[in-house]
Design a protein around this ligand. Structure first.
Ligand SMILES: Nc1ncnc2c1ncn2[C@@H]1O[C@H](COP(=O)(O)OP(=O)(O)OP(=O)(O)O)[C@@H](O)[C@H]1O
Length: 120
C-alpha cells in the first residue's frame, strides 16, 4: 500500500480516537449529544421535512464541532500554562465565545423549524 494511503488511514484512525475520547470524557460534548438526540426525536415527532432535517443536522454538527475545538483550546491552555493567568482566561473565554456563536445559530434554526409546528 502506498505511503499516501497509509498516511490517510492513520489520520482517520487518530481522528476517530479523538471523536470517541470526546463523547466518552467531555461533559460539554456529552450534553450536546443528548440535546442532539432530543432534537432528533423532536424531528421524528413533528415529521419535519428533508430540508429541515438538513438544517438541523448542520446545526448539530456545527455546535459539536466548535465545542470540540473549544475543548482542544482548553487542553492546550491547561498544558502550556496550568496556573491562573489573565491571558489564558481571555483565550478560554474567546474559545467559549465561538461556541456561543454556534449555539445562538442553532437556537435560531430550531426556532425557525419548530415554532411553525408548535404554534401554527
Ligand atoms: N488558567 C486560567 N487562568 C485564568 N482564567 C481561567 C483559567 N482557567 C480557566 N479560567 C476561566 O474559567 C473559565 C472556565 O474555564 P474551564 O477551563 O474550566 O472551562 P469550562 O468552560 O468550565 O470547560 P469544562 O467544563 O469543559 O472544563 C474560562 O473561560 C476562564 O474565564
Amino acid at each position: 500500500m502506498s505511503s499516501f494511503i497509509l498516511g490517510r488511514i492513520k489520520s482517520i484512525v487518530y481522528a476517530l480516537k479523538g471523536f470517541f475520547w470526546l463523547i466518552r470524557n467531555e461533559n460539554s460534548i456529552i450534553t450536546q449529544v443528548i440535546f442532539a438526540f432530543g432534537f432528533t426525536i423532536l424531528g421524528f415527532y413533528f415529521q419535519i421535512d428533508r430540508f429541515e432535517w438538513a438544517l438541523q443536522v448542520l446545526a448539530i454538527g456545527l455546535v459539536l464541532a466548535i465545542e470540540s475545538l473549544n475543548t482542544a483550546v482548553e487542553k492546550v491552555c491547561d498544558f502550556i500554562h496550568p496556573d491562573f493567568h489573565s491571558k489564558i482566561g481571555l483565550i478560554k473565554d474567546i474559545a467559549s465565545g465561538a461556541v456561543t456563536f454556534a449555539v445562538f445559530t442553532a437556537f435560531i434554526i430550531a426556532c425557525l423549524i419548530y415554532i411553525p409546528y408548535i404554534f401554527i
